[in-house]
Design a protein around this ligand. Structure first.
Ligand SMILES: *Cc1c(COP(=O)(O)O)cnc(C)c1O
Length: 221
């Protein structure tokens, strides 16, 4: 048993009831753990590292939808472009240009979310509201990108008010720019804060430790 089946089934039913996509974040977890979840019918998996994703994609069934959620270097886009379902972590025009270039070469469209900087911490990658608006206003030049929405990570804090404020900022901005997005996706919420994310408009949550094992989270479902 690699996964917490009870947590998974609870999350799955909550997500289905609220029309939220549950992305199982499987970074650092072995193939067997992903296979176990796959066997329960799960198809949406999130990974953070290019090499790890390539290895897992080769080893696992082809109908998995792979979500890339980590910081992505432009020179590595070509390795995941042929199969990635959605890149959640687009945090620069340079990266977007490279994804478009690789998609053009492969004659396909790649689903992308723009990562919006909402946390107060210095370490988080992302774009601010002005940068995102600038990209969206010129979105036609990225011929092979599907602009599907936004991704955000809240501050790592126990202060729920701060977390809620950050999720509400990105939700308001998302709603305001909804007309730009083909299949609008707001990817916010992780194991520790997904409830606040859903309350604030999230329709895609990225859950690692609650499904695959604890990394110091003490929240109940
Ligand atoms: C690791 C990670 C997650 C999942 O985190 P948990 O707290 O384990 O649920 C979600 N989103 C991103 C971007 C991550 O890097």
């Amino acid at each position: 048993m690699y996964i917490n089946k009870e947590n998974y089934l609870l999350l799955k039913s909550k997500c289905e009831a609220q029309q939220v996509t549950l992305i199982a974040v499987s970074k650092t977890k072995p193939i067997e753990a992903l296979q176990e979840l796959y066997n329960l019918g799960h198809r949406d998996f999130g990974e953070n590292y290019v090499q790890e994703l390539i290895d897992k994609e080769a080893a696992l069934p082809k109908d998995i939808r792979w979500h890339f959620i980590g910081h992505l270097q432009s020179n590595k886009v070509k390795y995941i472009a042929p199969f990635v379902h959605c890149i959640h972590s687009v945090d620069s025009e340079k990266l977007l240009t490279e994804i478009n270039k690789q998609a053009l070469k492969l004659n396909l469209n790649i689903n992308c979310l723009l990562q919006m900087y909402i946390a107060s911490e210095e370490t988080k990658f992302g774009l601010d509201a002005t940068e995102i608006e600038k990209i969206l206003e010129t979105k036609n030049k990225y011929t092979n990108i599907n602009f599907n929405g936004l991704m955000g990570m809240a501050s790592f804090t126990n202060n729920n008010q701060i977390i809620e404020n950050e999720f509400s900022v990105i939700n308001n901005f998302f709603t305001k720019n909804l007309h730009y997005f083909t299949t609008p996706i707001l990817s916010t919420g992780m194991s520790g804060d997904y409830k606040f994310a859903i309350k604030n408009g999230s329709n895609a949550i990225r859950i690692g430790s609650l499904i695959f094992g604890n990394r110091n989270y003490k929240n109940e479902l």
